[in-house]
Structure formats: structure tokens, C-alpha cells
Design a protein. Structure first.
Length: 94
């Protein structure tokens, strides 16, 4: 529904890892219509999920879930490559 509401044909849910955050790396999620042949693609529900080649090793084996609880509604990434992560789950160290 998130991507369908975006209205751009060929749009995908992009997850990438950037330097920053309180633990050294941070997750960045966006809707992107500039999908490259070099992107790693996966499907989840009705969405196409893409990860760039630099971020892929950091996210190998990770799962993404939508969580609704008292802390709010959000995407939650469970990443087996993270040595530690911050309390809010938006940054990690590898």
C-alpha cells in the first residue's frame, strides 16, 4: 500500500546502510523509482525491496517487519550482522 500510494511506476522499497547514527551505521529506507541492474532485489508481500551493492553485505540475512506497538508504528530490521544496535533500532555497529 505504501508503494502503491506513491504513484510512481516501477517504484520499489529501498533499504540502504549509511555511515552515521549513534552506533556507526544507520538504516535508511525510502521509496525509489531509480532501480539499477546492480541492485539486489527481493519481494515481500506486494512490494519489491531493493538494496544497493555496497549495503548488501551489511544486510545479508536481515529481515524487515512492520511493527505496531506502544512505541509507535515502524519498520523493524533484525540484522544478524549487527554486533550491537541502538535502543531505537535505527543504527548499528558491525
Amino acid at each position: 500500500m505504501l508503494i502503491a500510494g506513491d504513484g510512481r511506476p516501477g517504484a520499489a522499497f529501498r533499504i540502504r546502510v549509511d555511515g552515521g547514527g549513534c552506533m556507526g551505521f544507520r538504516y535508511v529506507m525510502d521509496i525509489d523509482d531509480a532501480v539499477s541492474d546492480d541492485d539486489v532485489r527481493s519481494s515481500g508481500g506486494n512490494a519489491v525491496i531493493v538494496v544497493d551493492g555496497m549495503s548488501a553485505p551489511f544486510l545479508r540475512g536481515a529481515t524487515v517487519d512492520w511493527v505496531e506497538d506502544l512505541a509507535g508504528d515502524r519498520f523493524e530490521i533484525t540484522n544478524p550482522n549487527a554486533v550491537s544496535s541502538c535502543g531505537c533500532g535505527t543504527s548499528f555497529s558491525a
